[in-house]
Design a protein around this ligand. Structure first.
Ligand SMILES: *Cc1c(COP(=O)(O)O)cnc(C)c1O
Length: 430
């Protein structure tokens, strides 16, 4: 049996333990929701105050040049690039994941329409994050294409020669299951399709090598594992072989080759800059930069490889402790046991009471979240089962935290505390 002392020893020997000091963690809280909204970096409040009071307050419009505001999306993009196997100048931090997906999916469809006009399908996973599916659905409607949704095990069979684009999220938001990026990308290419990856639950969580996998397009999120703050800009990557080949559909002035020439016609900027649309949220971008500073600090401690090793150790420990200490309460595991198929979260299933258990845990300071089962998702692995979702961010979660989280879960289950009425009332945001 694993003991609390063992967990404390793991913390003492953890080479990444000092990274926690880079965050402002709320007291008496074990925050296992960094996969939904990351924790505030300790440097962010002062940085944001400086941008507001000095840069905006005093330097005003000169800040676009003097304080580097205008090139901030590219600078932040270059730092994200290091985490996802992209080159400098290949990533821009801008807009939201949903908007960036609209841009890259449109561009991919434009390229496919030129190269393979008979390919008129987008394939994705039924259990993909809904906004991804909605954006794809809207584009299919606009262009008279077909959106084909399959279960993960049906992807290979769905890659027929009429597929224009395979669009997948690397780590599934509900289950934490991770795709083999190089293998799936190769399968898409073998069928003639372009590959679009959503890295919302991957960037800063698991090692990603977009160029190594020879992917075509990618988008991802700034406010999850990158700790950029609520509504932080997302990012977009385009393989350099495609970047200058076509416009993206939101051809705004920030994507123009010479925005301050104010010409009436559009000339796309070379490179990833054309994936910008309009004026960027400088305050939010500055906060995101603070999140990325922590990854720079992590580089000297082993970088993403060390973060991945710790993440797997944390999720392994959580799974093991739940099995050892919470048996007999009807909990199942939705997250794959194989390391190669697991992101940085663990999802437990429960037929009854999943929402209330999460609420009871939150009242005890253990913050995870709940994702409802959807009967329309059919026979998918876990599509119809309610899920208790726990994200493990190796930057600030330790092994003793894992022990304590499971101890609280055990108590909530054993005492039946979750059955109290106040834990069974649903809020707008779950
Ligand atoms: C979180 C998440 C998003 C969020 O999109 P927004 O446009 O930032 O709201 C999109 N896709 C996936 C897969 C996500 O997990």
């Amino acid at each position: 049996m694993t003991t609390l002392q063992h967990c404390q020893t793991l913390d003492a020997n953890d080479p990444l333990r000092t990274l926690r000091e880079h965050f402002q963690l709320p007291p008496d809280t074990i925050y296992l929701d960094g996969n939904s909204l990351g924790v505030i970096p300790a440097a962010a409040p002062a940085r944001i105050a400086d941008v507001v009071t000095r840069e905006w307050g005093t330097d005003l419009i000169q800040s676009w040049n003097k304080n580097g505001w205008f090139s901030l999306p590219q600078r932040v993009g270059d730092r994200i690039a290091r985490l996802i196997g992209a080159g400098a100048g290949e990533v821009v931090a801008t807009d939201t994941t949903s908007i960036n997906l609209y841009k890259v999916l449109s561009a991919a469809l434009n390229i496919a329409a030129e190269d393979r006009p008979a390919a008129r399908r987008i394939v994705s996973e039924r259990s993909n994050f809904p906004t991804d599916l909605y954006i794809a659905e809207a584009l299919c409607k606009e262009r008279g294409l077909e959106l084909v949704l399959v279960e993960p095990e049906g992807i290979a069979a769905a890659l027929t020669d009429d597929v224009a684009v395979l669009m997948l999220t690397h780590v599934n938001y509900r289950t934490g299951a991770m795709h083999d990026m190089p293998a799936v990308t190769a399968a898409a290419h073998a069928a003639g399709a372009l590959m679009v990856w959503d890295l919302a639950h991957s960037a800063g969580a698991v090692p990603v090598d977009l160029n190594g996998a020879n992917a075509d397009f990618a988008v991802g999120c700034g406010y999850k594992y990158l700790n950029g703050g609520p509504g932080a800009p997302a990012f977009v990557w385009v393989n350099p072989r495609h970047t200058d080949r076509c416009w993206q559909p939101l051809a705004g002035w920030w994507g123009h080759a010479a925005p301050f020439a104010f010409t009436p016609d559009y000339q796309p900027a070379p490179g990833i800059t054309r994936y910008q649309c309009g004026t960027q949220p400088i305050i939010s971008l500055s906060a995101l930069e603070c999140g990325l500073d922590v990854f720079t600090a992590a580089e000297t401690l082993g970088g993403m490889a060390a973060l991945r090793a710790k993440s797997l150790a944390l999720t392994d420990l959580f799974i093991q402790l739940v099995q050892e200490r919470c048996a007999g309460h009807g909990l199942g595991l939705a997250t794959p046991l194989a390391h190669s198929q697991r992101g940085s979260q663990v999802c437990l299933t429960k037929d009854e009471g999943a929402y209330a258990i999460v609420q009871a845990l939150i009242a005890r300071g253990v913050v995870g979240d709940f994702r409802a089962g959807d009967s329309s998702t059919g026979s998918g692995r876990t599509g119809s089962t309610d899920i208790l979702r726990f994200g493990f961010t190796p930057l600030y979660i330790g092994f003793e935290d894992v022990w304590n989280a499971v101890e609280h879960l055990k108590q909530v289950l054993e005492t039946g505390e979750w059955q109290r009425p106040e834990f069974n009332q649903k809020h707008a945001v779950t």
